[in-house]
Design a protein around this ligand. Structure first.
Ligand SMILES: [Zn+2]
Ligand SMILES: [Zn+2]
Length: 884
């Protein structure tokens, strides 16, 4: 008989099993194997990434799903890989260069790219190695990288196709410019500060050209006034009607500019009059186009005012702001400066304030691509979980803007466009051209920019499977079934993958998307590297085990709600693993055959046997239903409840009598049910806690058809084992035992003092005879007397057991009721005093309004507990008084 160590040591177990699974090829999805298939692709982590708690949650959920499907008979592919992460990686390598006193320009483009590749070879797989520590069962033979040759070919193919279709164009647009990174960013890379940032709303007077008062405009960025080419008001705004069509003088630049009427202006914002700066604001750019106001760029790519900014030329944008405000004030044109929460965007990579900037960039025309992606979600062909993301998705899709895809970086897929110096035409080609496609000149040069990193990741579900080639993997595993991802990349990635799927494959890329929770600290702040509030998951795995971390984080994560995590909470999973371990040790120590009999051979099952087997069928159904609805935490908690509270707390206790008894057939029967239930529970739990379940499963004396639990079948419920009568009988038994235990503790009767119990269970003698031996064993009761019908003793503490009757615990001869009564009265006085204190606090409006919500909640819970305790004491005292 196998034996388990006294305590569970994850470190000794986890690496061993991971290597075993990998060596056996269990992660490999064989496309030639027949049968149903299930596939998902990993949200590729950046090569600069290290494992965060967000990755832990996301990848644990994916692993639960694929392990479940694999066990459930599907040929299952979980395709892993990494993203080259343009800006992020370039920044990391530039920082490394800086320590050598070098910049990328010192190296030149080619050498710099070599440095980045070298960096990638050395560090780029760090996060994938960490995912292995977590137990992720990815098909590592299919690992891909967004800049490997195959994916680069897919990127090239897509660019050329979209260009030929007229869906890629080069244009002057307002884009988000990072003056530090010196590149354009997409909308999604320009992060809006929640609730804005501290700043001012400056009110500036633009005098009328004819000497009148003119208008007062309100702005948060006064320095951009240098580029104003107009002032706009709402057409229906009566205050300004006389000014429309007239001109005002732009202060400091002393330039006359027109007042125009445009419905885009919000009459309720500021003064209702706004300056129009087409080169430095996206709305103003559109307004300028509608009204023929030419854009005037007044800033360089480094964020300094350029030659169009008059005497402010050469000043940094923020220094210019100060100077301009001072100059306006000196001229009496600054009407006021109100404190204001300014909407600010910052660079996702370096946190520098973004400048809306007019620039020539490459764009993808998104509206036509969005149409099938909108229909798919509308018609339910593609489902999002939780459902509230549908509205968010549709709103973005219906208001989609063109996607700025060029980046002024060196690390990434270089834009496949060549400009001809002879004829000025562009050549866009699948393979690098040597001559102009229009005039044949060899004087061509390639566009120096690279593509947005997401321009490769939006192709991920099919480019990783070999597209544009027609590969067996693609034929077998595309479209994928599910995508499990964080919601913060719904626009960056998810929505764009849907569009790419329909455009290039003619099919949805996945049928269901599960958005996982956000992991926050106990104060509710999102865990992040910059805040330093995230534990290192590898430390947690070392200290608690990967199973404990996986189980805990999943249990804490209801779909659609945030997770509040702190390292100590991992005790939940650790204690659970230990509980199972100890239960398994108990079973192994008490089963004395190398292999137990099959369940079907048993005929004389007891009520507890029938109960636990019936409960097992319920939990199988519950866990399967939880997987289908992407409610993984419900599945985890259902298993926790079943294994801990039903199997360990009750079943194991209930069967100790026959197990330790002398009746050989009862003993065999109980051994069989113990092993059968545990073996099924382990298989159910395997997707959540792969390591501890494998370690125990391997030691169990059960009939097995596979070499590993990870390829054993996932349990299916068998209705034949459903037994409502057994469930009801054991529920009553549990309730009766608990009642006596509660009365004992509420009255302060020592655990070793034997009690006798009287039961008013009209006519349920059969049930009482079932219950009695367990009451004796589990509630330290020396006898159960069944009361005659209608008999109800006075002066004895009691509790109602649903479906059974009332349990009475006589005190005479056991303890001194007078002593108990005095003690309860003292307790009651204490509880009442405490309760009135809490209630007084809760009735004060200043406490309810001012105290933090969690403190108020805590006090409310305290009041409820005290009220309940008071109720119990009142009840017992009433009974004890009746007996006096
Ligand atoms: Zn930046
Ligand atoms: Zn040419």
């Amino acid at each position: 008989m196998a034996e388990l160590n006294k305590t569970y040591d994850p470190a000794a177990v986890e690496d061993k099993w991971y290597s075993f699974w990998e060596a056996e090829g269990y992660f490999f999805a064989d496309e030639t194997r027949p049968g149903p298939r299930f596939s998902i692709v990993i949200p590729p982590p950046n090569i600069t990434g290290v494992l965060t708690m967000g990755h832990v949650l996301n990848n644990s959920l994916q692993d639960v799903l694929v392990r479940f499907k694999r066990m459930d008979g599907f040929v299952t592919l979980w395709l892993p890989g990494t993203d080259h992460a343009g800006i992020a990686t370039q920044n990391v390598v530039e920082k490394q260069l800086a320590t050598e006193g070098l910049s990328r320009h010192d190296l030149g483009r080619e050498e710099f790219e070599k440095r980045v590749w070298a960096w990638k070879e050395r560090y780029g797989s760090t996060i994938l190695l960490q995912l292995k520590k977590l137990g992720s069962s990815c098909d590592w033979r299919r690992e891909r990288f967004t800049m490997d040759p195959g994916l680069s070919q897919a990127v090239r193919e897509v660019f050329v196709r979209l260009y030929e279709k007229g869906l890629i164009y080069r244009g002057q647009r307002i884009i988000h410019w990072c003056p530090r990174c010196q590149t354009a960013l997409s909308d999604e890379e320009a992060i809006t500060t929640e609730g804005g940032e501290t700043g001012h709303l400056w009110h500036i007077r633009y005098p009328a050209e004819d000497g009148g008062e003119g208008v007062v405009v309100a702005t948060t960025r006064p320095e951009t006034m240098l580029g104003d080419t107009g002032v706009a008001v709402h057409p229906d705004d009566a205050r300004y009607r006389p000014l429309i069509g007239k001109r005002v003088i732009l202060p400091l630049m002393e330039r006359p500019i027109p007042v125009i009427a445009d419905a885009l202006v919000d009459p309720a914002f500021g003064t209702g009059a706004v300056k129009v700066t087409p080169a430095h604001d996206a709305n103003d750019f559109e307004m300028g186009q509608r009204h023929g106001l030419a854009p005037l760029v007044i800033m360089g790519t480094d964020g300094r005012v350029n030659e169009n900014g008059g005497r402010y030329a050469g000043m940094d944008r923020f220094a210019a702001r100060k100077q301009i405000v001072a100059d306006l004030e000196a001229r009496g044109l600054l009407v006021k400066a109100d404190p204001y929460r300014v909407p600010v965007r910052r660079c996702e990579r370096c946190n520098t304030v973004i400048e809306p900037y007019l620039s020539e960039q490459w764009f993808v025309r998104m509206t036509p691509l969005a149409q099938p992606a909108i229909a798919a979600v509308r018609d339910g062909e593609l489902r999002l979980y939780p459902e509230r993301w549908v509205g968010v998705y549709l709103h973005w899709m219906e208001n989609i803007r063109d996607w700025c895809i060029s980046r002024q970086l060196w690390w990434g897929h270089r834009i496949p466009v060549w400009y001809c110096e002879a004829c000025g035409e562009r050549t866009v080609a699948r393979t690098d051209p040597t001559a102009c496609a229009h005039c044949g000149s060899t004087r061509i040069r390639q566009d120096i920019d690279v593509l947005d990193t997401w321009f490769s990741s939006w192709l991920w579900p099919f480019s990783t499977m070999g597209w544009p080639d027609d590969t067996p993997t693609l034929r077998r595993f595309y479209p994928t079934d599910a995508l499990v991802t964080a919601a913060d990349i719904i626009f960056f990635w998810v929505a764009r993958m849907v569009m790419a799927g329909y455009e290039f494959m003619g099919e949805r890329p996945f049928s269901e998307v599960c958005f996982n929770s956000v992991v926050r600290d106990l104060q509710g702040r999102k865990m992040s590297k910059s805040l330093g509030n995230s534990p290192d998951p590898l430390d947690v795995i070392r200290d608690y085990g990967a199973d404990a971390l996986r189980f805990t984080i999943i249990s804490l994560a209801p779909p659609g709600e945030d997770v509040r995590y702190a390292v100590e909470k991992t005790d939940l999973g650790r204690h659970f693993a230990n509980k199972i371990w100890n239960a398994a040790r108990f079973v192994l120590m008490n089963v004395d055959t190398p292999q137990v009999a099959p369940l079907a051979s048993l005929t004389d099952l007891s009520l507890p046997d029938r109960w636990i087997l019936s409960r097992l069928q319920s939990v199988i159904d519950d866990v399967r239903a939880a997987f289908t609805a992407y409610r993984f935490n419900d599945g985890a908690l259902a298993l926790y409840q079943f294994i801990w509270h039903e199997y360990c707390d009750w079943y194991v206790e209930l069967v100790k009598l026959p197990l330790y008894g002398t009746d050989v057939s009862s003993k065999r029967r109980v051994q069989t049910v113990l092993v059968h239930t545990l073996e099924h529970a382990l298989r159910l739990l395997h997707p959540f806690m792969p390591f501890v379940t494998e370690e125990i499963w391997q030691a169990l004396p059960a009939a097995k058809t596979t070499e590993s639990i990870m390829i054993a079948p996932y349990p299916t419920a068998d209705a034949a084992w459903r037994d409502a009568a057994a469930e009801a009988a054991v529920a009553q038994l549990i309730d009766a035992v608990r009642s006596v235990r509660n009365i004992r503790s509420e009255l302060g009767i020592p655990p070793n003092t034997a009690l006798s119990v009287r039961l008013a269970a009209d006519g349920r003698r059969d049930q009482v005879s079932f219950i009695e031996p367990y009451m004796k064993a589990l509630a330290k009761v020396d006898g159960v007397e069944v009361l005659a019908a209608g008999q109800r003793p006075a002066g004895e503490p009691s509790a109602l057991v649903e479906g059974l009757g009332e349990v009475f615990v006589p005190l005479r001869g056991v303890v001194d009721p007078g002593e108990v009564r005095k003690r309860l009265e003292r307790d009651l006085a204490k509880v009442e005093k405490e309760l009135s204190g809490v209630e007084a606090k809760l009735s004060r409006a200043d406490f309810i309004d001012k105290a933090p919500a969690d403190i108020v909640d805590k006090e409310r819970r305290r009041a409820a507990t005290l009220r309940e305790r008071k109720g119990t004491l009142d009840r017992h005292l009433a009974v004890l008084s009746a007996s006096a």
